[in-house]
Design a protein around this ligand. Structure first.
Ligand code: NAP
Length: 548
């Protein structure tokens, strides 16, 4: 359903993933006239598009779920600890129905332009379906990982078999039975999909440029008692999440009474540098390889990180017992924590199968795609199906592709030519009443992103309510405040393994040829960030220019 094109709306919301859905709800609650626009045929955003085999949450779902509705928390029964894509998509559909959000969404429609008319103080939003919507507030809820990355291999279109991208997986699924499958990319999407595809495919070749550090997801069916207790504890869970810098509380469920006759299990050490080599190995034995994610000093201390990295590679060598595969899969050239942690289910186990092989593209780069496969510098590989698990033009890709014009016809993509420039990840100077949820310069992807989404949606919604109550026509950042914030974001990332000289990641833009390099998310933490956002509001929207 779409609103009349002549009607002036209060707001247009672009995207109906987790952010867009909650934004629609909040704006509805305020009684605003709105239109949401969605490229897909259904709601869910990332959880609509990424329906590749094995796709699931990389955080426990109790924590990676909406907190805004107590009713929703009580009504929805999760079936797995780390829920899979189908269940999360169902949950988001349920949310859309429960809060009657679909009436506001136009599906199968892509926004092409958003242009600000200064005289009228209105945004004109156009779509590929010929719609024109006029509104006061334009809100981009387009997410951080939306624009699929297709590497520009030579003769990329030459392959005559089936080609898929994990982020654009067909709704009806793909039957890989008896097929020879090539997967390019071994990040989160590759790591999750390879073991599942390898069970079906006759043969699977993983073309890997950078090996990952990946840790077992420890997924399991949801224990009904655990879920029931979580429902009782939700208020406390959410409060603890708010008090944590990642938006995570590591909820453990019902606490068992301690048996006085059983010695308590030791806790892992806080610092790897405090341990002897023997103790380090013992902690891996006691707590599993995931213990390497727990040592605080590995995040900022290069020496500690190097020790952890070596232990990881030794563990892999032992687990695989195959020198060629272990060598190819070992992440030796960049630090642990440089990239977003990858969480897997039987990833390395897949490489012990006879039908799974790995091609190390660092040693033998892709030269070209051919009609029947891929030619590397070493040999020609033939297969039937080519799967790109090559990630995204993250954080800026989607927005930069659109024709977004603010004051004086200035184009957002030009303003961001050398990297995104935003104040608090919420707004860009020169683009009044134009908001972005989880934009560059906010914690977004370096946190429990749903936690960050809710905080942003609430901030934007409260801001719009404030503007309306006080007859304020526009809000936009002051240029000086924006420049200072960009600097502040850079400072926060200094010394982190995420900006180490040997680190390449989509956080830095280095996964996309020609993209400006710079750390895009804000690393100070969600609690710190929320307090900064609250302080800005308490000081009368400090750093923003408000005009009546
Ligand atoms: P990604 O982390 O960027 O991984 C893409 C993979 O493709 C990397 O191995 C990359 O190698 C490779 N690649 C890219 N261009 C290539 C080229 N030209 N030649 C060869 N290899 C190339 O993307 P992703 O796996 O889709 O994950 C992106 C993010 O999405 C994750 O970090 C996470 O935030 C989110 N995600 C989350 C989940 C979840 O668990 N819920 C699942 C999937 C994705 P290099 O590393 O060398 O660039």
């Amino acid at each position: 359903m779409s609103k009349s094109n002549e009607q002036v709306l209060d707001a247009v919301v672009v995207g109906t993933g987790m952010a867009g859905l909650y934004m629609i709800k909040r704006l509805n609650d305020q009684g605003l006239k709105i239109q949401a626009i969605e490229a897909g045929s259904g709601v869910g955003g990332a959880w609509y598009w990424n329906r590749y085999p094995g796709c699931r949450a990389d955080l426990p779902i109790i924590e990676y779920s909406y907190s805004f509705s107590k009713e929703l928390q009580q009504e929805w029964d999760w079936t797995e600890v780390m829920a899979g894509q189908p269940e999360i998509e169902s949950y988001l559909n349920y949310t859309a129905d429960k809060f009657d959000l679909r009436k506001d969404i136009k599906f199968n429609t892509k926004v092409t332009d958003a242009v600000y008319d200064e005289a009228a103080n209105l945004w004109t939003v156009k779509t590929d379906q010929g719609d024109t919507f006029t509104c006061t507030y334009c809100i981009m809820a387009t997410g951080c990982l939306n624009e699929p990355n297709y590497p520009g291999f030579k003769n990329a279109d030459a392959f005559t078999g089936d080609v898929y991208h994990t982020a654009q997986w067909p709704k009806d699924g793909v039957d890989l039975t008896g097929k020879r499958v090539a997967v390019i990319g071994c990040g989160s999407s590759g790591v999750q999909s390879i073991p599942v595809m390898a069970k079906q495919a006759k043969e699977l070749i993983a073309f890997q440029r950078s090996p990952v550090y990946t840790f077992p997801a420890k997924n399991a069916p949801m224990n009904p008692k655990f879920l029931a207790q979580a429902k009782v504890d939700y208020d406390s869970i959410r409060e603890q999440q708010r008090n944590n810098e990642m938006g995570i509380c590591n909820y453990r469920g019902p606490k068992k009474p301690k048996d006085p006759n059983v010695a308590p299990k030791p806790r892992p050490s806080k610092k790897i540098m405090d341990l002897t080599p023997e103790q380090r190995k013992q902690e891996i034995k006691d707590f599993g390889i995931n213990v390497l994610t727990l040592y605080a000093d590995t995040y900022f201390n290069a020496e500690a990180n190097e020790i952890a990295s070596q232990l990881y590679c030794e563990y892999l060598q032992e687990f695989l017992g195959d020198d060629q595969k272990a060598d190819a899969l070992s992440p030796k050239n960049y630090p642990l924590h440089c990239k977003r942690p990858v969480i897997d289910t039987e990833y390395y186990g897949a490489f012990t199968q006879d039908n799974v092989s790995i091609v190390d593209l660092r040693a033998t780069p892709v030269e070209e795609v051919t009609a029947t496969g891929i030619r590397t510098s070493d040999k020609h590989y033939e297969f039937d199906v080519l799967v790109y698990a090559t990630g995204f033009d993250a954080m800026t890709g989607t927005i930069k592709k659109l024709n977004i014009r603010g004051r004086d016809n200035m184009q957002l993509s030009e303003q961001w030519e050398n990297g995104p420039r935003m104040y608090m990840g919420l707004q860009s100077a020169g683009f009044p009443n134009f908001f972005t949820t989880t934009g560059p310069g906010s914690p977004s992807v370096v946190s429990n992103v749903l936690h960050s989404i809710e905080q942003h949606v609430e901030w934007i919604d409260n801001c719009i309510a404030y503007l309306r109550e006080n007859n304020i026509k526009t809000i936009e950042p002051e240029l000086a405040a924006q420049d200072a914030w960009v600097e502040h974001v850079n400072e926060a990332a200094k010394g982190s393994m995420m900006t180490a000289p040997t680190c390449n990641s989509w956080y830095l833009g280095s996964n996309i040829d020609g993209k400006p390099q710079g750390f895009m998310p804000y690393l100070a933490g969600t609690k710190t960030y929320r307090e900064e956002c609250e302080e800005v509001v308490a000081k009368g929207y400090e750093g923003f220019s408000l005009a009546s």
